[in-house]
Design a protein around this ligand. Structure first.
Ligand code: CA
Ligand code: CA
Length: 176
């Protein structure tokens, strides 16, 4: 499940990717809400770190996106990494962030069960969940091995942005 801090990027690289003023604001907010760098944010604290007030389900989806190592808490490194990728990430990095959130057991593939859980958490399907899972699985799993790897997911997002928007709709991430 990745390293123990749960970052997807090297913390030293991260610092240079966002403006110094933004980094200081993030640190300041963290300090006020969560305390020291070693403290981890729980769900209520996480909510206070966000600029916007979100409904419960959207907030849960966002929490899962930030919680890279899936331990139910947001570490400073996870927070900084996710904010940086959302602000400054490439298309591939942002899709990778979403893929990582879908991949519960961290084996770099999304199984049908993981896809179903992800769709329950992240999607605005507009149809019955099981139908939606079947359709998305069919569209993504080009080699037919029953799970989705990152390249397959990337291709799916490129080929059908509207379907992707339904899959990850609660996250409301602008891809660039
Ligand atoms: Ca975590
Ligand atoms: Ca997996």
């Amino acid at each position: 499940m990745g390293n123990k801090e749960g970052t997807l990027l090297d913390p030293d690289v991260l610092k240079d990717r966002i403006p110094r003023s933004t980094l200081m604001e993030l640190e300041d907010d963290w300090h006020k809400v969560v305390g020291g760098r070693k403290n981890q944010a729980d769900f209520d604290q996480f909510q206070k770190l966000l600029p916007d007030k979100l409904n419960e389900r959207d907030l849960e989806a966002l929490f899962a996106l930030y919680d890279h190592n899936k331990n139910g808490k947001i570490a400073w490194a996870e927070y900084l990494c996710t904010v940086t990728l959302l602000m400054d990430g490439s298309f591939e990095e942002k899709v990778g962030l979403v893929f990582h959130a879908f991949d519960q057991n961290g084996d770099n593939s999304v199984s049908r069960d993981e896809l179903r859980d992800a769709i329950r958490k992240f999607s605005k399907p507009g149809e019955q969940v099981q139908h939606f899972v079947d359709r998305v699985m069919g569209a993504c799993d080009k080699d037919g091995n029953g799970s989705i790897d990152q390249n397959e997911f990337m291709r799916f997002v490129r080929e059908d942005p509207e379907e992707y928007a339904r899959v990850a709709g609660r996250l409301n991430i602008t891809l660039s």
